[in-house]
Ligand binder design. Structure first.
Ligand code: SAM
Length: 284
């Protein structure tokens, strides 16, 4: 039965530098009957650069359902096709899951053609532990949802990876600093494989200052990698002791809110933790 079926190739494409297309990707894209692409205008540029004339079919989050049915039909009729996205590996914060799942359902062979992926490239140069990590993709665009998700990660002990649009970088760093603490290590990896590629590894305090001073440009694509929480539980006592020492000076003089804000700035501890200790002290 498999002989009559076409094959679905999931093909990674460059994330900036067009030289990153693999020979195999090049060969497959020129051999298949069609290429399903997120933005056909964008991808026709890549195909033109490669001298490939294969026809493009648009496949994006708004037509995913109807296009999945159509493409599965083609595959069942024996046509082989490829799935690409605007950049990097399809399905990684990009469309394609519905098509791949439906292909499995229909017993159509699904073959990866591996290549560029922004988070893998970023992680490989971030200088943070790579033995275990969590790819978090895009956080909710609105601050409330974003903060809620970050709060759920505050004790996560392994490296975390985030994608975000350039105009939200400052807000993302501010929220991370408040929730993870100003001292938490993080790396911003910008414009991978492009002319202004750059890697900034520091703590949130310095990353925010770098962004404010313009040393870290707010333009261009970026991946944010955040160190896991490595504070051992038993050292929490020492942390609390330091918070108490600072809060004991501030609380009698100023409001609880101001005391918490200043303690966060002085100690670099997460705002929630400082707030909890301040509340405890008030009650005591
Ligand atoms: N499928 C892609 C992949 O394999 O990485 C990701 C697509 S997602 C819609 C786009 C996000 O990936 C951007 O907002 C950015 O966070 C990250 N990204 C893509 N290209 C990048 C690059 N050249 N440098 C840094 N980040 C990049």
């Amino acid at each position: 039965m498999h002989q009559q079926m076409g094959k679905l190739y999931v093909v990674a494409t460059p994330i900036g530098n067009l030289d990153d297309i693999s020979n195999r990707a090049n060969k497959i894209l020129s051999q298949v009957a069609w290429i399903a692409a997120e933005d056909t205008r964008h991808s026709s540029g890549l195909l033109q650069h490669l001298g490939i004339g294969t026809s493009l079919i648009s496949y994006h989050e708004h037509n995913e359902q109807s296009r999945t049915r159509m493409l599965i039909e083609k595959l069942c009729q024996g046509e082989s096709g490829a799935l690409i996205s605007d950049a990097g590996t399809p399905l990684i914060s990009d469309p394609g899951y519905m098509l791949v799942a439906a292909a499995h359902e229909a017993k159509i062979p699904v073959i990866p053609i591996p290549g560029p992926c922004a988070f893998v490239a970023a992680l490989s140069v971030a200088g943070l532990p790579t033995d275990k990590f969590s790819f978090e993709g895009f956080l909710p665009a609105k601050s409330q949802g974003r903060r809620k998700q970050l709060e759920s990660l505050v004790d996560f002990p392994h490296t975390m990876i985030f994608y975000e649009a350039p105009h939200r970088l400052a807000a993302l760093l501010e929220d991370c600093a408040e929730i993870f603490g100003l001292n938490r290590q993080a790396t911003i990896v910008r414009e991978l494989t492009k002319k202004f590629e750059s890697v900034y590894k520091s703590d949130f305090q310095h990353l925010i200052a770098g962004l404010a001073s313009g040393d870290i440009p707010q333009k261009g694509e970026f991946v944010l990698i955040v160190a896991g929480n490595t504070m051992e539980k038993h050292s929490m006592g020492e942390e609390e002791e330091e918070m108490r020492r600072v809060l004991a000076v501030l609380l009698p003089e100023i409001s609880l809110k101001q005391a918490v804000q200043i303690t966060v700035k002085l100690t670099g501890f997460a705002k929630n933790a400082v707030y909890d200790v301040a509340m405890k002290m008030k009650e005591e």
